[in-house]
Write a protein that binds this ligand. Sequence first.
Ligand code: HEC
Ligand code: HEC
Length: 254
Amino acid sequence: VTKLPRLLLAGILFLTIAPRGVADAAPERGRTLAAACAECHTAPGGAAFAGGHTVETPSGTVLAPNITPDRKTGIGGWSEDELIAYLRTGHNAHATATGPMAEIVAQASSRLSAPDLHALAVYLAGIPAVSAAAQSAPAASDPAGLQAGKAIYSDVCTACHGWEGAGTPGLFPALRGSAVVTAPDPAGLLATILHGARTPPTDAAPTGAAMPSFGRKLDDAAIATVATFLRSVWGNSAAPVDAATVAVARRSTR
Ligand code: HEC
Ligand code: HEC
């Protein structure tokens, strides 16, 4: 667990004042800018940009996910335009930036020039794909538990995220293929369900959508059940979550 404010400040400062090289060829520029992203997205001793780095924030512990081009556990399914939209506005059809990433978007990446964003996107698309699934246990296969999770999901989540977890582009992020949902450490997923989340307003998208908190409405067992469901369906594949883990998340991220 890393102290957030230092990393956040470093990332924002670096991205806004990143010095230009003499030759400044686009690939070098992309590499220079991506160094600020690695601060959070590369775990100490881990594969570059493969995530797994947890960050302590005032509203809880969040995980900087895998942003390598792995199609299943990274952002390999994102087009360059989609990645640039995320970095400019904080959201796209796949995900919405929350917590520290929302700050990075609002204060740094939304201010990068179009050529800088392009250089960064091209660089990230070219790094080795790393599968996070290799590090996590297999998904749950208990039919009764999955049925119960589906019932909770249908009751309280489908209105925004859709029956098949596809979300609504620009409004509600997809939960199918979401790195937050399938991260080996479920901390980010649990914090989102417990406390909700809000998209940062940016110049390009002035009103941010909000996700309500379910910490009062759902008890630990229900949150574990719906989290396990989400980690096991629509091609998502990550280890189940138990109620004890939710209880710890609830205490540590109040
Ligand atoms: C201060 C730490 C920090 C820095 C610096 C940072 N990020 Fe993030 N990033 C996060 C966290 C935490 C998340 C997960 C939060 C979320 O998805 O709402 C995230 C999420 C993302 C996602 C979404 C991945 C997904 O599948 O949902 C992308 C893409 C991303 N970051 C790219 C970048 C890029 C590119 C940079 C550098 C310009 C960067 N980040 C810098 C912490 C950081
Ligand atoms: C009223 C609409 C609404 C409902 C109901 C809702 N969400 Fe969300 N959810 C959102 C929005 C909006 C976001 C984007 C978060 C942000 O803006 O920071 C989001 C984000 C998320 C994310 C982060 C996804 C990512 O990849 O960044 C997860 C996980 C999530 N919701 C799970 C759930 C679960 C589980 C439920 C049901 C218990 C639920 N949501 C109910 C609106 C909703």
